[in-house]
Each structure stands twice: as structure tokens, then as C-alpha cells.
Design a binder for this molecule. Structure first.
Ligand code: FE2
Length: 613
């Protein structure tokens, strides 16, 4: 794993410039610049291990090295940079400036990771030729130089360095022994294209530094910035003291948006929520339209401001036309620095175009797929998704225990994308109903923010065509007082709330006027094999008199169809299977004209059950 790809959690909150939240990704690199004088200290002792220790103590990702020999007579035929690389466990890149004493002399770079590409550029120097070494890494480019002692040649080098920074295409971090003072024309000219990372604290001579000639700079407007800088206490190991800085790097464009967006809370009133997560903090928007040319743009506003405090995004598109097909895509740009009176921005990412069709009260026909109890098993998910996608569903219902017990936000995001990506939720909405496993573990309460239902409720009702869907949240499968919940749960109240919701729903105009009525929840009210059955006790009296056409449930891990029975379930009940490949089921609910059918398929696509009602 690259060390510079660091996921900050609590530590990042200490940075004053922006206060990131859990799971936010920030990249940083620790860069060092060191004129090593060939490993010969101020005491004239040649001691590579001593030089290496100065480097090792700083734990840098990259070290720009000046004054280093390759197989010269004066260095005893040693490849000094190679010796430093071996002693530090880093990768060596050498850039010769001149031929010297049977070998070469110049600059180099040590890096934890092998550079993606390396370039050597000649720089002028009439007393001795100079070089610029450029090494590309995934999120930045590091450049090392040792500028000429002749001011005119050092100044002439500036234009060449600027051109290299312009061509880099990534933040360029320029380091080296510039043989120039902070107020010199060389530094002033460089500062037109670079912002200085280092302060004016002297670096030379090492025992008691008086002169500032070792520098570090970042290309301007690149989104990179310095998080901390210091001159390293190293009084004898060379004639220079090294400098080291932690550099914040903008997240590369291809890592900004986490996978693809997913659709939630589709309403045939003409609205849908586009949900997506970004790795860094971003400004973002959804472009949408009936074609990809004439588009509108919408973003998430809170009290008149774009929501830029978090990596979770939900953009509600409204005013859509029922029955109409739309295109949409997400655009996001990293905010690398967000202060009251100063902001800077990093890379931008745009997703491919996706499509959705808004349901319409006039269009009764639909195909819905209901899955359950996949328990995050990759083989089951991919097999069931394959079977489900062959049905080209208008929407997908996840009827509980599909994801793992969410221990952290990053796990919850990972798991929801397992479902969203496999079942194509960028192009059709998904309805997430909680099972008893999604409501366990440290992040179970946080997971609700990754879905969009009715005003944050975990139960509710919606229409697709003239079919009314009612979904319930059954809570845990053991009493709230069970010791493993440590008193943190109150599902009794949630079920009580839903008793009122069911009463209101059954009396509502939407329910009464519906052509068909479907009830979906995780734990069965009829056919449950658990000893604790609060949903049956509370809701069976109401539901046994309700005119639903079908009840689709889960939880038992064995497929079952319970035929209607007077005084109990007046409608057929489906209990979906799970979670191994042999037992998993994909329930296909299809409305065609006035008929409705259920086809239950196995994970291998075979038909397990099929009936009309
Ligand atoms: Fe369950």
C-alpha cells in the first residue's frame, strides 16, 4: 500500500484549514531535500549509514538528493545513491550532471515507490553543468535540482523549471540546493510560478547554519499545499541540513467520486434522489435532462448554501415529467482548502451519463425484483444480480439482511455500493428495507443516511403505476432488553409507531384507490420460525383484515409460499430464501395489464415457484 495514500480519520480533524469527517480521504506526501555531500560529514568522515539515518528518522516518501557520486575515484568506486537506497530501503533514481573522476557526479532521488516516469533535463552552469531531475508519482511530480553558483545561469534555469512544472499535469514539488538567497532574483522569479513551502530559517553550514540556500516549493494553483515544514537537526552528517515538509495533495480525478451514483426515492410526482459519495470534500452537482445537450443542473442546498461539509451527497431532482426518460451525470470537484475568506480547488471528475424513467400513474405495467438475505456473500450477490438483471427490472427492493452488519461508515458505503453496482442502481431506483442484521454494529444508525426514504423514516409507502407498495421495518429479532443490545435499542417504539402508520395507510386515499397492493417487510408476520414475534402480535390483527394482494417477506433463509387462510393471512405470503447459492431466491413481481404475477427464481435462474393473482 502506498504510504502517501492515507485515510485520515481522527488525526485529520486537527488540521485547521478544513475539518474532515470520518472516512474522508486525504492524500499527503512527506518530501525531504538533502545536500548529502556524498555522505561525507562536516567532520570529513565518510559514513553512508549516518547519512541514511538522518533520512530514516524523517520517514519521507521522497528525498531529493544533491551532491552524489556514481562510481568515481574519490568515492572509492561506490554508487553512493545506491548505497543510500540500500541503507534506507528506498528506490534510487540518479541524474548525472557531469563526468567526474572516472564516474559521474550529480543529483538523485530516493523514493518509497518506484516513480511512474523519470526525466532528466539539462540546466546551464558555466562552472559546472547542472541538471533537473523530474520523477512522476500517482498524485504529484517531485523535482530535484542543484542550481548553478553563477547567478546568470541559475536565473536562466528558472524558465526551464517553470516549463517543466507547466507540462507536469500534476502538482510539482520542486526541491533542492538553489545556491541562492531568499531575496535573490532567482527565488523571486520562481515565486511567480511556485509558492514557497520553506521558511527563511538557514540550512548552511550544518553545524551553525547562517545561510538559507536549500528550498522547497509547490507549483501554484495546483491544489497542493504545505501542512508543515522544518529544517532537520543534523549538524555534522553533511555540510547542509536537510529540509522536510508534509504536502497535502489533491485527490486524483479518477478517485474523486466513489464508484457511481445510485437512485433513491423515485416518486411519480416527478422526483428522484441521486445519491453519491466522494472521497474528498467536494463541490458537486447533478446535470440532467431529456437529452445530454440541453441540461439543467441541481445541487444539494442547505439553508441557502451548497452542502460541502461531508463526503455524502444527496441531490433531489424535482419537476420531472412522469413517464419521461431522463439522462443524468454527476460532476464533482475537490475543495482542497475551505476557509472563510479563502478557498482552493483540486481535480474535477464527471461520471458517465446514466438514465432513468419516471414512473407514471397512467402506466400500470412494471417489473420489480425483490432480493433478501444475501448477507454480503459475493458469490450469492453476483449470481442473484445476474438473474435479476435479466428481468430488466424497473426497480429493485432489498428486503433486509443484504448487507453486512455495518461497523464503520467506510464499510457501510462499501456495502451499499456492492448492492448498487451489482443491481445497476445508477439506472433504476433501489428500495432498501432494513433486516435485523443491518441494524447491528457500530455504524447501523449511520447507515440510514446512505439511503433516501420518506423523511428519514425506515418504513413507508409509495406508488408505482397504480400499485401501492407498503414497506415496514420489523426491527430486531430479539427483545430490546436482550443483553447484547446493551439498552441501546428501542424497536418496540418503532413498531408501535408503525402500528399507527399501518392504520393511517389503510385508511388513506392512495391505498384505497390503488389497483394493486403489495406489502413488503423482512421478518414474516406469518411463517416466522422465531420464538419472539412482536410484529405478528402487533400487526397481524390489522393486516389480516387489509386488502393486500401479496406479502413478500424474508429472514427464514428457506423459500416458502403460504397460501391465503381465513382469519390469518387473507393474501399469499412469500418467504424469500437465502443466502447460500442453493437456497437464494430472486422474486420477480410483474404487473401486466390487470394481472399480477410472481416468479421466484433460484440463483442459477431456475424457476422455483410461479403464480398469478
Ligand atoms: Fe433476518
Amino acid at each position: 500500500m502506498m504510504r502517501s495514500f492515507v485515510v485520515f480519520i481522527a488525526a485529520a480533524a486537527m488540521l485547521a484549514a478544513s475539518v474532515p469527517s470520518a472516512s474522508q480521504e486525504q492524500l499527503k506526501a512527506r518530501i525531504m531535500s538533502y545536500n548529502v555531500r556524498n555522505g561525507v560529514g562536516y567532520d570529513n568522515n565518510r559514513d553512508i549509514a549516518r547519512t541514511a539515518n538522518v533520512i530514516l528518522r524523517q520517514q519521507p516518501d521522497v528525498v531529493a538528493i544533491q551532491e552524489v557520486d556514481s562510481v568515481t575515484g574519490r568515492s572509492g568506486g561506490r554508487y553512493v545513491l545506491g548505497d543510500l537506497a540500500a541503507a534506507t530501503g528506498m528506490h534510487a533514481t540518479f541524474a548525472p550532471a557531469i563526468d567526474y573522476d572516472g564516474g559521474k557526479y550529480g543529483i538523485g532521488m530516493l523514493s518509497r515507490e518506484e516513480p511512474l516516469s523519470v526525466k532528466r533535463v539539462a540546466l546551464p552552469g558555466r562552472e559546472e553543468a547542472r541538471a533537473l531531475l523530474i520523477a512522476e508519482f500517482p498524485a504529484y511530480v517531485a523535482a530535484c535540482t542543484h542550481l548553478s553558483l553563477t547567478p546568470a545561469d541559475a536565473e536562466a534555469s528558472v524558465a526551464i523549471i517553470r516549463e517543466a512544472a507547466r507540462a507536469a499535469g500534476k502538482p510539482l514539488i520542486l526541491c533542492g540546493d538553489f545556491n541562492s538567497y531568499p531575496d535573490s532574483p532567482v527565488i523571486k522569479h520562481l515565486e511567480e510560478s511556485f509558492k514557497r513551502v520553506c521558511d527563511d530559517k538557514p540550512t548552511f553550514p550544518a553545524p551553525e547554519p547562517k545561510e538559507k540556500i536549500d528550498f522547497m516549493m509547490i507549483s501554484k494553483d495546483s491544489g497542493a499545499r504545505c501542512l508543515g515544514y522544518r529544517v532537520v537537526e543534523a549538524p555534522v552528517e553533511s555540510d547542509h541540513r536537510p529540509v522536510v515538509a508534509d504536502i497535502y495533495l489533491p485527490v486524483p480525478a479518477d478517485r474523486i467520486i466513489y464508484h457511481q451514483p445510485y437512485l433513491q426515492n423515485m416518486s411519480q410526482d416527478g422526483a428522484v434522489t441521486v445519491m453519491y459519495q466522494t472521497r474528498p470534500i467536494c463541490t458537486s452537482s447533478v446535470e440532467y435532462g431529456t437529452d445530454t445537450i440541453n441540461t439543467l443542473s441541481e445541487r444539494q442546498l442547505i439553508g441557502g448554501q451548497e452542502a460541502v461539509h461531508d463526503i455524502e451527497h444527496r441531490v433531489r431532482l424535482t419537476g420531472l415529467k412522469p413517464g419521461q426518460r431522463y439522462f443524468y451525470r454527476v460532476r464533482a470537484r475537490e475543495i482542497t482548502e475551505n476557509q472563510g475568506y479563502y478557498k482552493s480547488f483540486g481535480n474535477e471528475s464527471v461520471t458517465p451519463w446514466h438514465t432513468f424513467t419516471v414512473p407514471s400513474p397512467a402506466q400500470k405495467d412494471f417489473t420489480a425484483v425483490i432480493v433478501n438475505d444475501m448477507h454480503c456473500f459475493p458469490a450469492t450477490i453476483s449470481a442473484m444480480a445476474k438473474v435479476a438483471m435479466q428481468q430488466n427490472p424497473d426497480f429493485v427492493v432489498f428486503n433486509g439482511d443484504c448487507m453486512a452488519e455495518p461497523g464503520s461508515r467506510s464499510q457501510a458505503i462499501h456495502d451499499i455500493h456492492l448492492m448498487a453496482d451489482a443491481f445497476g442502481l445508477a439506472d433504476r431506483p433501489g428500495v432498501f428495507i432494513r433486516g435485523n442484521h443491518e441494524i447491528r454494529n457500530a455504524y447501523s444508525s449511520g447507515q440510514t443516511s446512505l439511503v433516501d426514504r420518506n423523511d428519514g423514516l425506515t418504513y413507508g409507502a409509495f406508488n408505482w403505476g397504480d400499485t401501492r407498495f407498503v414497506t415496514l421495518d420489523c426491527g430486531e429479532d430479539k427483545p430490546d432488553t436482550t443483553w447484547v443490545y446493551y439498552g441501546l435499542n428501542n424497536f418496540s417504539r418503532l413498531r408501535q409507531e408503525q402500528t399507527e402508520f399501518i392504520k393511517n395507510e389503510l385508511a388513506s386515499k392512495e391505498f384505497k384507490k390503488a389497483g394493486r397492493r403489495v406489502l413488503i417487510h423482512h421478518i414474516p408476520v406469518w411463517g416466522n420460525t422465531d420464538s419472539y414475534q412482536p410484529c405478528t402480535r402487533l400487526w397481524a390483527p390489522l393486516l389480516s383484515k387489509a386488502p393486500f394482494d401479496i406479502n413478500i417477506t424474508a429472514h427464514v433463509h428457506e423459500y416458502n409460499r403460504i397460501d391465503p387462510k381465513r382469519g390469518e393471512n387473507p393474501f399469499p405470503v412469500i418467504v424469500g430464501g437465502g443466502y447460500d447459492l442453493d437456497g437464494a431466491t430472486v422474486t420477480v413481481l410483474r404487473r401486466q395489464g390487470d394481472s399480477m404475477s410472481v416468479t421466484v427464481l433460484g440463483a442459477d435462474g431456475r424457476t422455483i415457484d410461479a403464480f398469478q393473482f
